[in-house]
Design a protein around this ligand. Structure first.
Ligand SMILES: Cc1cc2nc3c(=O)[nH]c(=O)nc-3n(C[C@H](O)[C@H](O)[C@H](O)COP(=O)(O)OP(=O)(O)OC[C@H]3O[C@@H](n4cnc5c(N)ncnc54)[C@H](O)[C@@H]3O)c2cc1C
Length: 513
C-alpha cells in the first residue's frame, strides 16, 4: 500500500432523513444493476422460486462487446471441439497475475462455466438467436498470446461479426425474467444499504421524480453495479497509476461501448459503508486494449517491427493488444510505432478479429482491403518508401532505418538474439509498399475488482466473515484479476458475470435469514 492510497479519503455515506423516503418495495432477493451479472443472477434466483426484484439506474439492460468465456459447452461439443486440458494454462495465468488472484474463483469458473453457458445457450436459442465460438489464438500453447477455445458469442441470423452481440443475451435474459414474474424498478440510483444488526435488509434508492424509496430484501441483496472507473476517489485509492487515463463516464447509467470510464463504483461504496473490506490485491487490474491494427491474430498485435520515439526497437513484438498497451506506456512519452511491409498479409495465416472459429483463414485480398479502409480513416499509413513512411510517422529517419536494417539481418538469419522473437514472425521489411501505425493510443475499458468477496460471492469484512445477506457479482467481485486483465481468456469477465451470476442467484434464493 503506498502513501497515495493511504491519503485518499473516500466520501462518507449520504444521510437520508426518513421524511425523504416516500415509498417501499419488498422482495426476497434484490439485485442492484441490470448488466449481464445482475440479470443472470436475478433470473436464476427467480427460477428457484424467489420473489426477485432488480433495481437499476439504467433505462434498459446494459452491456458492451459480447465475448463470453466458458471452459466448455454444448456448442463446443457440437463443433467437435474436445474438452481442453487447461491445467497448465491456468497455472501460467496465475503466474502472469503474480499469483495474486483468488484461485478458488478461477477453478470455480472453469469448473462451473459449462453449466451456466448451456443455460444461456438454451435460453438464447429459444429466443431465436444462436451461439457461436469466437476465434482465438490457438496456434502455440506456449506463447503468451495463446488463448484456449471457449469464447462464446450470441449472434442473430444477420450478425456479421462475433463478439458484439451482448444485447441479444441481455434482451433474452430480461424477457425471461419478466415472463417468470420477476420485477424491475428503474430508479436514479441505489445509494445506501440498511442493516438490522449485522444483516443487510434494504437498499435505499433515489428516484427520478423526488426523494427515495426503501427496497426491503428479506433474504439477500446482490450488488451488480459494474466497475468504478469513473470515480476519481476510488481510482486514486485503488488503481492510482491508471487513474489519469479514465477521464470520462459516471453520469450515464446506460453507458455502452465507451472507453475512458464507465461507473462511479456506487455499489462498491455501498458495500464499504456496510462494513465490507476491500479486496486483498492492490492495485486493481485494468482492462485495456492497445492498438491491434493490422495484426494477423484476433486480440493479437504482432505486425513487424516496433520502435519507440527514438527509432529504437524495444520489445519482442509477439504479444496481444493488452500487453501492447501496457508496454508502450513504459516507453518515452508512452509513444511507439509499428512498421511492416506488404508481404506480411501473405507470410502468415491470417485470422481476423471478430471472426468465428469455424471461418477459413482470411485471404490476403481481404487483409489488403481491411488495411485500405484503415488508411482512409488515418489509422494506418502506407508509403512506397521506408524513409517516407518513417517521416510520416514522425520517427528519426536515420536511426529508424538503421534499426530496420539490423532487424532485417536478423530476419534473414532466422534468429533474434536481441528479443528472441519466434522465427516464423521474423519477416523482413524491405519490399514496398510499406505500412506503419502509431501504437500510442490505448483504449481504457474498465477497472476490475472491489469488495472482498469469497468464492460464494458473499461480501466479507476485514475478518473475512461474510456480511449476512450481502453478495456481489460481475466486475465488482474482488481478487479475480491482478495487474491487468490480459485477454488471454477473451470474454473471461462476461464468463464470470454469467457463471457467478447464475450460481449466486441460486445461493441468494436459498439464503435463510
Ligand atoms: C468497450 C468495451 C467492450 C467490452 N467488451 C467486453 C467483452 O466483449 N467481454 C467481456 O467479458 N467484457 C467486456 N467488457 C467489460 C464489460 O464492461 C464487463 O465485462 C461487463 O459489462 C460487466 O458486467 P456487469 O454486469 O458487472 O456490469 P455492467 O454491465 O457495467 O452493468 C452495471 C449495471 O449497474 C447499473 N448501476 C450502476 N450503478 C448503479 C447504482 N448506483 N444504482 C443502480 N444501478 C446502478 C448500471 O446502470 C448497469 O445496469 C467491455 C468493456 C468495454 C468498455
Amino acid at each position: 500500500m503506498d502513501m497515495q492510497e493511504r491519503k485518499t479519503t473516500l466520501p462518507a455515506p449520504p444521510q437520508i432523513p426518513e421524511s425523504e423516503i416516500h415509498g417501499q418495495f419488498r422482495a426476497q432477493v434484490v439485485v442492484v444493476g441490470e448488466g449481464l451479472a445482475g440479470l443472470s443472477c436475478a433470473l436464476s434466483a427467480r427460477q428457484q422460486g424467489a420473489d426477485t426484484l432488480i433495481v437499476t439506474g439504467s433505462q434498459a439492460p446494459v452491456g458492451r462487446g459480447g465475448s463470453i468465456f466458458a471452459a466448455y459447452s454444448k456448442v463446443m461439443e457440437e463443433q467437435g471441439i474436445p474438452r481442453q486440458d487447461t491445467d497448465n494454462f491456468i497455472l501460467q495465468e496465475f503466474a502472469a497475475n503474480g499469483f495474486l488472484v483468488d484461485q478458488r474463483k478461477w477453478y470455480k469458473l472453469f469448473n462451473r462455466s459449462e453449466e451456466a453457458m448451456n443455460w444461456l445457450i438454451d435460453l438464447t436459442r429459444a429466443a431465436g438467436y444462436s451461439v457461436t465460438l469466437e476465434d482465438a489464438n490457438e496456434d502455440d500453447p506456449d506463447s503468451p498470446t495463446y488463448q484456449p477455445p471457449g469464447t462464446h458469442a450470441v449472434v442473430s441470423p444477420d450478425t456479421a461479426r462475433a463478439g458484439v452481440g451482448i444485447h441479444f443475451a441481455l434482451k433474452t435474459l430480461e424477457k425471461a425474467f419478466l415472463a417468470a414474474g420477476g420485477r424491475i424498478l428503474r430508479c436514479s440510483a441505489a445509494c445506501k444499504l440498511e442493516k438490522k444488526k449485522e444483516r443487510v435488509t434494504a437498499v435505499l434508492c433515489r428516484m427520478a421524480e423526488s426523494g427515495y424509496v426503501r427496497v426491503l430484501a428479506s433474504q439477500a441483496v446482490v450488488l451488480a453495479t459494474g466497475d468504478f472507473s469513473a470515480s476519481p476517489e476510488l481510482m486514486q485509492k485503488y488503481c492510482p497509476q491508471y487513474a489519469p487515463y479514465f477521464t470520462a463516464g459516471g453520469d450515464n447509467y446506460d453507458v455502452g461501448f465507451a472507453v475512458k470510464g464507465l461507473y462511479r463504483g456506487e455499489g462498491h461504496m455501498m458495500a464499504l459503508w456496510a462494513g465490507a473490506a476491500w479486496q486483498r490485491t492492490w492495485p486493481c487490474a485494468v482492462m485495456v486494449q492497445g492498438s491491434r491494427l493490422g495484426s494477423h491474430l484476433p486480440y493479437g498485435s504482432h505486425r513487424g517491427l516496433r520502435m519507440n520515439k527514438f527509432g529504437l526497437r524495444y520489445c519482442n513484438e509477439d504479444m496481444n493488444g493488452a500487453y501492447t498497451a501496457l508496454t508502450t506506456l513504459r516507453e518515452p512519452e508512452g509513444k511507439a510505432y509499428a512498421v511492416w511491409d506488404h508481404r506480411y498479409a501473405q507470410a502468415l495465416p491470417w485470422r481476423t478479429h471478430g471472426g468465428r472459429r469455424t471461418d477459413p483463414n482470411t485471404p490476403p485480398e481481404t487483409v489488403y482491403a481491411l488495411w485500405e479502409s484503415q488508411i482512409k480513416t488515418g489509422q494506418l499509413l502506407r508509403r512506397d518508401s521506408l524513409p517516407e513512411l518513417l517521416e510520416a510517422l514522425g520517427l528519426p529517419t536515420e536511426t529508424a532505418m538503421e534499426t530496420i536494417r539490423h532487424y532485417n539481418d536478423l530476419c534473414h538469419q532466422g534468429k533474434d538474439p536481441d528479443f528472441h522473437k519466434k522465427a516464423a514472425y521474423l519477416q523482413p521489411i524491405e519490399e514496398g509498399p510499406f505500412y506503419g501505425c502509431s501504437l500510442s493510443d490505448r483504449l481504457f475499458f474498465s477497472v476490475m475488482g472491489g469488495p472482498r468477496t469469497n468464492d460464494r460471492m458473499q461480501i466479507c469484512n476485514e475478518q473475512d466473515e461474510p456480511i449476512p445477506g450481502l453478495y456481489c457479482v460481475g466486475s465488482m467481485v474482488g481478487d479475480l484479476y491482478a495487474g491487468c486483465y490480459n485477454f488471454r481468456v477473451p470474454g473471461m469477465n462476461y464468463g464470470a458475470c454469467l457463471t457467478f451470476g447464475y450460481l449466486t442467484g441460486k445461493e441468494a434464493a436459498a439464503e435463510r435469514p
